[in-house]
Design a protein around this ligand. Structure first.
Ligand SMILES: NC(=O)C1=CN([C@@H]2O[C@H](COP(=O)(O)OP(=O)(O)OC[C@H]3O[C@@H](n4cnc5c(N)ncnc54)[C@H](O)[C@@H]3O)[C@@H](O)[C@H]2O)[C@@H](O)CC1
Ligand SMILES: Nc1ncnc2c1ncn2[C@@H]1O[C@H](COP(=O)(O)OP(=O)(O)O)[C@@H](O)[C@H]1O
Ligand SMILES: [K+]
Length: 513
């Protein structure tokens, strides 16, 4: 599990340690230098003789970068520090100089001993580097992107035609550290070396697209205090495996969970096939289908039972248009069971327009950004698709607050907002998964998961958000497995589910090999 702490949470953990004289910056900069040396070795075979440019802002983030630069200079790297502020971390600057590094500035220099260079010249230095360390801004960044001459430098380095390898120190400078927003120039990183724990902006879109590979370095901050919740979580294989319902010898199809799927119409029969197939292939005990295309469904999935009956979870909406009277009636009727008997439900596509006024967190909405914008607009918020894409967690949370439902917002990074402030950001899928019908498959996976864990949902409402994140993880991994490195179709993703789930459980040691 990868957890993200906010800047305030990090500062609260740092404060007593710094007061006690714990050398946090030494630890951070040492680990940073080790990672940069690793990059140099991997890319050039050796560390000595490489050229590194350190971009250093006026705070401790610049201090980390300068100290790391000094360590690299000590290993034979030609180091140039470019400072973006008149005052920078004094000890870091002295260390760079003492180790033989050279220093220039793009800011107004305070003393005569730093040569001022134009932004273009500093960017040209970066262009010739094997690696650039971005220590312009860390968790002390105020909103609105990188300002002043530092912003001009970040833009100029980012626009270089032959971009050097960029290592972000703690976070890529310019991202919204706590909310993942991007509102000005950001220096996209190839690698982010972050201290203590990930920060929300490293996991949340759109900033998460700027972070490259993320390495979390333990600098001894310990953990969050009792009862404090990480701001955002990203589940990994062992977490998903631990949440996946695995049958035992005494299980039968009803204890494993029955999924009722109300999907597809005569115009869109494929959605019914994909959603039911995904539910079957995710290990539901039984899948029932309600709708007008039962024959097509059974032709593809003979295991599916057509017609009403008891279910533990529902999948509403793939391929359903709300003006289809039959499906509309079935969904509205089934929602009564959801509200009265506590059956879980996945509400997708056309069914989002049929959502009752208020539901519980055992109902999971699965909109993409456009659908969430439409839903929120109906609920009185002023937001369009671009607005949702700019701040996905904020809007997913608002939808949770206004509807009571758990909200899974689909996208390149899938964001989940649920009860008790639960927030997940999953980036498991190849971009090839952005294909028609992929959402129907996700709905089926989640339906099977909810049916299998329905008894636990009502004891722990925040579990639903974790299950939604698990569904996104399995969906993404199934897409990778369906055709590694190439295009996938939704049916192939559904077909890859049994193997994906078996691998997941094996990898986590939940199943014997
Ligand atoms: N407190 C500590 O001793 C430790 C801090 N650490 C490092 O220190 C960083 C935090 O350091 P700071 O709190 O000094 O803050 P930063 O270094 O992130 O930024 C503060 C500086 O940036 C300027 N600034 C803020 N917003 C700006 C904007 N939008 N545009 C342009 N300039 C802006 C401020 O005026 C100030 O000079 C962490 O990210 C981490 O890299 C680590 O070394 C671990 C220990
Ligand atoms: N750039 C991307 N990278 C990875 N996955 C993506 C990307 N864009 C969309 N997806 C995923 O693809 C699926 C598309 O679902 P959806 O928009 O509902 O399509 P449909 O309605 O045609 O099934 C979602 O699971 C979403 O998270
Ligand atoms: K940085």
């Amino acid at each position: 599990m990868r957890v993200a702490w906010t800047s305030d949470q990090v500062r609260a953990l740092e404060e007593p340690l710094l007061a006690a004289g714990v050398p946090l910056m030494e630890r951070a900069s040492f680990a940073l230098a080790v990672h940069v040396a690793g990059v140099l070795r991997e890319r050039r075979g050796r560390v000595g003789g490489a050229r590194a440019v350190v971009l250093a802002g006026g705070g401790n983030n610049g201090g980390d970068a300068l100290h790391a630069g000094a360590l690299l200079a000590g290993r034979g790297v030609e180091v140039w520090a470019v400072t973006t502020s008149a005052r920078v971390h004094a000890a870091g600057l002295a260390a760079v100089r003492a180790a033989g590094g050279r220093v220039v500035t793009v800011a107004d220099p305070e003393g005569p001993d730093v040569r001022r260079v134009p932004v273009d010249e500093a960017a040209a230095l970066a262009a010739r580097a094997d690696v650039v360390l971005d220590g312009v801004l860390g968790i002390g960044a105020r909103g609105g992107g990188v300002g002043g001459v530092a912003g001009a430098l970040v833009s100029a380095v980012g626009a270089l035609p032959d971009r050097p390898f960029v290592v972000a120190v703690d976070v890529p400078s310019g991202i919204g550290v706590d909310d993942g927003t991007r509102s000005g120039p950001v220096l996209d990183a190839d690698l982010t070396v972050t201290f203590g724990a990930a920060k929300p902006g490293l996991l949340l879109p759109p900033a998460a697209r700027s972070v490259g590979r993320v390495e979390v370095v333990d600098i001894g901050l310990g953990g969050l205090p009792e009862g404090a919740r990480p701001h955002v979580v990203r589940l990994e294989v062992p977490d998903a495996a631990a949440l996946w319902p695995v049958p035992v010898a005494a299980s039968h199809k009803y204890t494993r969970g029955v999924v009722g799927v109300v999907a597809g119409t005569r115009s869109y029969p494929g959605a019914a096939v994909l959603a039911t197939t995904a539910a079957v292939r995710s290990g539901a005990g039984m899948v029932r289908y309600l709708g007008d295309v039962g024959e097509t469904v059974v032709a593809h999935r003979p295991e599916v039972v057509v017609g009403p009956g008891r279910v533990q979870s529902w999948v509403f909406g793939p391929g359903v248009s709300p003006d289809d009277a039959g499906q509309r009636r079935r969904i509205e009727f089934a929602f009564e069971g959801v509200l009265q008997r506590g059956e879980a439900a996945v509400v997708d596509a056309g069914a989002l327009e049929l959502l009752p006024r208020h539901v519980g967190p055992h109902v999971v909405l699965t909109p993409h950004a456009g659908e969430l914008a439409r839903l929120l607009t109906r609920l009185g918020a002023d937001v369009d698709r671009a607005g949702v894409e700019a701040e996905p967690l904020r809007w997913a949370r608002l939808a949770h607050e206004r509807t009571g439902a758990t909200v899974l917002l689909k996208g390149g990074v899938t964001v989940v907002a649920g009860r008790g402030g639960a927030a997940y950001a999953q980036a498991d899928a190849p971009a090839w998964l952005a294909t028609a019908g992929a959402g129907d498959v996700l709905a089926g996976i989640l339906g099977a998961l909810l049916a299998g864990r329905v008894d636990d949902l009502h004891d722990d409402a925040s579990l639903v958000a974790a299950l939604a994140a698990t569904a996104a993880l399995v969906h993404g991994r199934a897409a990778h497995r369906a055709n590694p490195g190439g295009p996938v179709d939704a049916a192939a993703v559904a077909d890859a589910l049994p193997g994906t789930i078996a691998d997941l459980l094996r990898e986590a040691g939940t199943l014997a090999p």
